[in-house]
Design a protein around this ligand. Structure first.
Ligand code: ZN
Ligand code: ZN
Length: 365
């Protein structure tokens, strides 16, 4: 990401901080540090002064060179004492009286040290909601990077699935897919890849193990590539051999729920309403009770971020949001089905970013 993009993001943050009467923000989450400065390393704290826009990146000598290369227009400082006490010292010099923090990330210990070092700072302001809101809206450059992370996952899945056969274990399939994603440029996986065969697929977050891929038993694969700091997130439920009729019906319901939800996505539409549409489709076939999680979530620098397509997200979608749409039904003891795609909210509606086939015939391996 170019330094200009980081500067523009910080300018937005500074305006928001000023509106909250915060003199500065102290950011501890590594994705936020990357977002606002371009810093690609770990173990850093970013301090942004609201009025001047001046930005400090505090880290330790292991990351000095990387920090100086990647966070180009920030003052890179090797912290003394601890990152919290050093940041507190800067706040004291700036005479900051109110500071913005990410309360869903900063530890109690960090905050207490920060307050000890800068006693004039009172109760901090939680700026995590405004940062989540800003990060949720992707720029053209970010959308391009997200497409690349998605293309890596899809190409890898298409190539690897030709190798999957009955008798392989879930762990074999998982290792094979992850290897293929790395071969295609991924720096890692977006999350621990889920490969679940048969009864194991009734667990929405199943762990891949020694269970074998077997004819007539579904093979649920939820996976994503991490590429250039962006994540992708997709699910397909494959079928080795014949598909039992009861599962054909359930698969059709999952697909119908997903297509109805996708068709409703657009700017101004509330996440909760999109979720409800999927529930309505499941209700028609008596399956609503088996759909046990939220319909989707934002994806970006982290794999689960705002916005959400869930009953509690009564807020509108906006152009630049990228969300997953992942209805599923789960039957303890016998299995489960989920289909997940990634969708970009556009000015006029939506664009489905992922392109893996999902009609029932293309699920058979
Ligand atoms: Zn997923
Ligand atoms: Zn997901």
């Amino acid at each position: 990401m170019k330094a200009d993009a980081n500067r523009e993001r910080r300018a937005v943050l500074c305006r928001e901080l000023a509106a909250l009467r915060c003199g500065a923000a102290v950011l501890t989450r590594s994705e936020d540090c990357f977002y606002y400065t371009g810093y690609t390393g770990e173990d850093a704290v970013v301090l942004v002064a609201a009025r001047s826009g001046k930005t400090w990146l505090l880290t330790d000598p292991r990351y000095r060179e990387e920090a100086e290369r990647s966070a180009r227009d920030c003052e890179v400082v090797m912290w003394k004492g601890s990152p919290a006490s050093h940041a507190g010292g800067i706040l004291r010099k700036l005479r900051v009286k109110s500071v913005g923090i990410t309360a869903n990330h900063m530890t109690v210990q960090f905050l207490s040290t920060l307050q000890t070092a800068a006693p004039a700072v009172g109760t901090p302001e939680d700026v995590s909601p405004l940062i989540s809101r800003q990060r949720a809206v992707k720029s053209a450059g970010e959308i391009r990077a997200m497409r690349e992370a998605l293309a890596c996952a899809e190409t890898s899945f298409r190539t690897a699935r030709a190798r999957w056969k009955t008798g392989m274990t879930e762990a074999d399939v998982k290792n094979d897919l992850e290897w293929e994603m790395r071969r295609n440029g991924a720096s890692g996986t977006a999350f621990d890849t889920i490969v679940a065969s048969g009864a194991n697929a009734s667990l929405p977050h199943a762990h891949a193990g020694k269970r074998k891929v077997a004819a007539g038993k579904m093979l649920l694969i939820d996976f994503g590539a991490r590429l250039g700091h962006c994540n992708s997130d997709l699910t397909r439920t494959l079928w080795p051999g014949d598909i039992p009729p009861v599962w054909k019906k359930r698969y059709a319901a999952v697909l119908a729920a997903q297509l109805a939800a996708i068709a409703a996505i657009g700017p101004g539409v509330h996440g909760a309403d999109v979720h409800r549409l999927a529930v309505d489709v499941f209700s028609k076939t008596g399956l609503a009770g088996y759909f046990t999680h939220g319909l989707g979530h934002g994806v970006g620098l982290v794999v689960h971020e705002d916005p959400r397509l869930s009953p509690s997200w009564d807020k509108p979608l906006a152009p630049g949001h990228i969300v997953t749409v992942e209805p599923g039904v789960y039957f303890p003891g016998s299995g489960g089905i989920r289909t997940e795609d990634m969708v970009l909210v556009t000015a006029k509606g939506r664009e489905v970013l992922s392109s893996l086939g999902k009609d029932l015939d293309s699920m058979v391996i």
